[in-house]
Design a protein around this ligand. Structure first.
Ligand SMILES: *[C@@H]1O[C@H](CO)[C@@H](O)[C@H](O)[C@H]1NC(C)=O
Ligand SMILES: *[C@@H]1O[C@H](CO)[C@@H](O)[C@H](O)[C@H]1NC(C)=O
Ligand SMILES: *[C@@H]1O[C@H](CO)[C@@H](O)[C@H](O)[C@H]1NC(C)=O
Ligand SMILES: *[C@@H]1O[C@H](CO)[C@@H](O)[C@H](O)[C@H]1NC(C)=O
Ligand SMILES: *[C@@H]1O[C@H](CO)[C@@H](O)[C@H](O)[C@H]1NC(C)=O
Ligand SMILES: *[C@@H]1O[C@H](CO)[C@@H](O)[C@H](O)[C@H]1NC(C)=O
Ligand SMILES: *[C@@H]1O[C@H](CO)[C@@H](O)[C@H](O)[C@H]1NC(C)=O
Length: 806
């Protein structure tokens, strides 16, 4: 296929500088047919698209008509930095590149460049510079590329790794997550990255799905708030030396649009069932709030189909809602290889031509994943099968993202890139997030915190104690930069005289019990036992390596939520040793083990931590830090009792928690024989070493109009002996609606620090749109009637009052 991005190189030598768009009589913004490669003049420095003071739309409209068809198509296909750099050995620091590889890559795939590699910083920067310099200096139009990498919970080229997204969500602290987003951006931007493939806004309502750890949990409101914080933190600010019209320094990617997180059977990529109401009231909310309202500069589509239509072929989702109703102007990329899946997975196309046409007609670009079906587009335009105007609309979306980043003014890495990576400030943000991500679930007779004076020795047991169990989306031994729990405890206890008796006890995976004796012996000779078990995930670079299985993460779905291998038996053996036992569940997803819930004295949930998880865990166990995390996802008693999410539609779980006796048994009504649909722990739960009392619940007005919002004020008192942070949560129940609404739904929360013995008055605003239902007539309507407004420390609320909407 003839590809023209190379040809202009020769041309550019023959043409003199100046705004030649005027010389050949072509109007800049005219919707003229694309010029052929041979009659096109080189743009001059005064071209509108090069003018940093011009508006983004004027620049887009000036540039587009200057592009050949082949250049347009090259903009909407993802290239790969591996095409000119050798990244096979992540430790190799050779500073050279393959020039013919570079030229051939940029001739076909030049809009965005996959750069999710692990390499020494210097070499990485060299590679980005080579690519951008070529585009800017050696192609006619000089359009720089988006350089893309991963940053779900830390920039993956040896940047600071934070807890997995599900742990970030457990902090219930959007301000802190905003700082985390800022660190990820600092680290990636310095090395020349302009596009990060995060956040994940899927809802974890199907827990068998391995990617639960990548989400902010089960709830659309929490996911919206945390997603917005990440996007704002990542995008805030401007690249150096860029235009005033630039709006962000890094493009976030809201993914996976839409409804990807509830695949049938929990199997990744499987179809998702549901209708328009479920789509609107659950899955789409985070995309609107965290993405469209914050000005996120890109979206990635879902692999799956929803109600029988593949996301990338769904004109209702991609065009009617996203482009028309929400007026989303920016870049939407497919996920790797999804265009071909229209043929091989969904069976809605039988040719690559059909797949490319369908995808681009829905204004999506192509992330190749090795196969580049969009290369069929130039011929399809020439034959009349695909309209060039469709290509134009798609190209405009990526150009807007680039202008919004100021890429045309400065697409390069920074000379002082090393100064923004792994700084002292980023360590502080990391440590604070590690602390706030830990959730205390059980604390019988205040077994925790342990005291360094009263405790002489602890047994630290279990396969999670001596390793750094990071979630997926880290590369090349990132966990080597982490502190294990064992090291965390040793560091904290240094000089205190408290002994740590460590025993691995069992492996994560197999049924080998040969380590039990040593574990039981360690427990017996210690004052207290801390047993660390859970699930595990894989470094992305090990994903396809045989023998390196995992129980969570992308491509690792499970039919069960129990501990695998000998882990439960290990916990039982340690409990039987007779010492007070604290179980730490290190996992990326809820672990459903009622036996542990019943028999452990203390239970701590640590979703996959980042580099300082071991440090933070030791601080929590010994009370240097008071736990303040809350569950972003409910823990079912067993996989068969799922879904366990708290915001089920009325009638789905026949009994409200109010009908359950204090000891947890159901008093009457429908339930599972020999089991209960009531989760072990519900959304929003998490204990503290202090106690909080709630009083004086007031609404700004107990009667409001259908267009009004309201606010909730409550007094929260720290009635215990230590300072603490509480997450004050507001839920509503719509008492009568024209459609079935959730039993209750979170509509506001605020994390507050309250010193021991003191009180704080907390005011939380609830917007009018949170009262709306999606009616049978397909409209958002706030219907008159009453709402219960409930406030408390979890979805099991403490105070309530009634709001009347009239
Ligand atoms: C350089 O790239 C060209 C074009 O992709 C490829 O054919 C060649 O094998 C590469 N050379 C090396 C040394 O990798
Ligand atoms: C880019 O242009 C420069 C200056 O004209 C030239 O020296 C260089 O070889 C070109 N690079 C490529 C890869 O064509
Ligand atoms: C990652 O960064 C750390 C800290 O700067 C450094 O010690 C380590 O060598 C780096 N690892 C790689 C693979 O570059
Ligand atoms: C950046 O830091 C790395 C070590 O992490 C070092 O090898 C390299 O020389 C530094 N680069 C610059 C430009 O200072
Ligand atoms: C990662 O760790 C493994 C095992 O410890 C080692 O063989 C490999 O070389 C390491 N890779 C890198 C990139 O550090
Ligand atoms: C992976 O699974 C196999 C059994 O299928 C097991 O033998 C092996 O030890 C496991 N690997 C790891 C790293 O757990
Ligand atoms: C739990 O509480 C119910 C209702 O108060 C009572 O009938 C039942 O006996 C209790 N069960 C246990 C095991 O204590």
């Amino acid at each position: 296929m003839l590809l023209s991005a190379v040809i202009p190189l020769a041309l550019s030598l023959a043409v003199t500088a100046g705004d030649n768009g005027a010389l050949n009589g072509r109007q800049d913004a005219a919707p003229a047919p694309a010029p052929s490669a041979t009659d096109r003049p080189k743009p001059g420095p005064k071209s509108i698209y090069k003018d940093p003071s011009a508006s983004i739309e004027a620049r887009v409209n000036d540039l587009l008509p200057r592009m050949t068809l082949e250049e347009k198509v090259a903009q909407i296909i993802q290239g790969d930095m591996g095409g000119w750099m050798n990244f096979n050995n992540p430790l190799d620091n050779t500073l050279s590149h393959n020039t013919s590889g570079l030229v051939s890559m940029m001739s076909q795939k030049a809009g965005s460049i996959w750069a999710g590699y692990a390499a020494p910083y210097e070499k990485f920067v060299y590679g980005v510079n080579a690519g951008q310099r070529y585009l800017v200096e050696n192609t006619t139009l000089g359009i720089p590329a988006l350089f893309q990498s991963e940053g779900l919970h830390g920039f993956t080229n040896n940047g600071t790794i934070f807890p997995s997204a599900i742990g970030l969500a457990a902090s219930f602290n959007p301000d802190l997550l905003k700082s985390v987003g800022g660190v990820i951006s600092d680290e990636a931007e310095g090395l020349g990255i302009s596009h990060i493939f995060a956040p994940v806004l899927d809802l974890s309502r199907e827990l068998r799905w391995g990617r639960v750890e990548e989400t902010y949990g089960e709830d659309p409101f929490l996911t919206s708030a945390m997603g917005a914080a990440y996007v704002t933190g990542l995008q805030s600010g401007a690249r150096r030396g860029v235009s005033k019209t630039a709006t962000a320094r890094m493009a976030a990617t809201c993914k996976h649009y839409a409804a990807f997180g509830s695949p049938q059977g929990g199997l990744n990529l499987a179809q998702v069932s549901g209708g328009e109401r479920e789509l609107r009231t659950m899955y789409l909310k985070p995309f609107h709030k965290a993405c469209v309202e914050t000005g996120a500069l890109s979206i990635m589509t879902a692999y799956s189909s929803y109600d029988g239509v593949p996301a990338i072929a769904n004109s209702h989702l991609m065009k009617d809602i996203l482009r028309t109703e929400w007026s989303y102007p920016y870049w939407v990329t497919t996920d790797a290889g999804s265009v071909d899946l229209l043929i091989s997975l969904h069976g809605t196309c039988d040719t690559r031509e059909c797949a490319a046409k369908t995808t681009v007609e829905n204004l999506n670009g192509e992330m190749g994943g090795g196969s580049f079906t969009f290369l069929t587009l130039p011929a399809q335009v020439k034959s009349g099968a695909v309209k060039e105007s469709v290509i134009d609309e798609t190209v405009k979306t990526i150009l807007r993202t680039k202008f919004a980043l100021g890429l045309f003014e400065n697409p390069y890495p920074y000379l002082d890139y090393n100064k923004s990576i792994r700084t002292a400030t980023s360590r502080q943000t990391l440590l604070q997030m590690e602390r706030e991500a830990i959730v205390l679930l059980k604390n019988k007779n205040s077994v925790l915190p342990l005291s360094t004076t009263a405790t002489k020795s602890i047994a630290l047991i279990g396969p999670q104690a001596g390793r750094v169990s990071m979630g997926d989306y880290v590369f090349f031994n990132a966990s080597n930069n982490g502190v294990t729990p064992l090291d965390g405890f040793k560091q904290l206890l240094k000089g205190t005289g408290v002994t740590v008796n460590y025993a691995e006890g069992s492996k994560l995976w197999n049924n080998d019990e040969s380590g039990f004796d040593a574990a039981v012996a360690a427990a017996k000779k210690s004052d207290v036992a801390v047993v660390m078990v859970g699930t595990w995930s894989l470094d992305q670079t090990l994903l396809w390596t045989p023998g390196t299985n995992a129980t969570t993460g992308e491509h690792n779905d499970m039919s069960d939520l129990k501990l695998v291998g000998a882990q439960l038996a290990l916990v039982k053996a340690v409990v039987a040793a007779g010492k007070k036992t604290i179980v730490v569940l290190v996992s990326g997803t809820p672990v459903a083990e009622p036996w542990i819930a019943d028999h452990a004295d203390g239970i701590i949930q640590q979703f996959y931590p980042g580099e300082l998880g071991g440090t933070a865990l030791a601080e929590i166990v010994f009370g240097k830090v008071n736990p303040s995390g809350k569950l972003p996802v409910s823990f079912p008693r067993s996989v068969g009792t799922a879904p366990a999410f708290y915001n089920y539609l009325k009638g789905s779980r026949p009994l409200d928690p109010g009908f359950i006796s204090d000891n947890g048994t159901l008093t009457f009504g429908h339930q599972y024989v020999l089991d209960s649909p009531v989760p072990l722990w519900s959304f929003g739960e998490g204990l503290s070493y202090t106690t909080f009392a709630y009083s004086n619940l007031k609404l700004s007005s107990s009667k409001i109009g259908t267009k009004d919002g309201f606010s909730v004020t409550v007094t929260v008192s720290n009635t215990g002996k230590v300072d603490g942070q509480e997450v004050v949560q507001v839920y509503i129940t719509d008492n009568q609606a024209s459609v079935v609404t959730p039993n209750q739904e979170l509509v506001g929360f605020q994390k507050v620090s309250i010193p021991a013995g003191q009180s704080k008055t907390v005011t939380i605003k609830v917007n009018n749109d949170q009262l709306a239902v999606w009616t049978v007539g397909s409209k958002w309507v706030v219907e008159p009637g009453t709402f219960n407004v409930k406030v408390g420390s979890s979805a099991k609320t403490i105070l309530n009052t009634v709001l009347t909407v009239q």
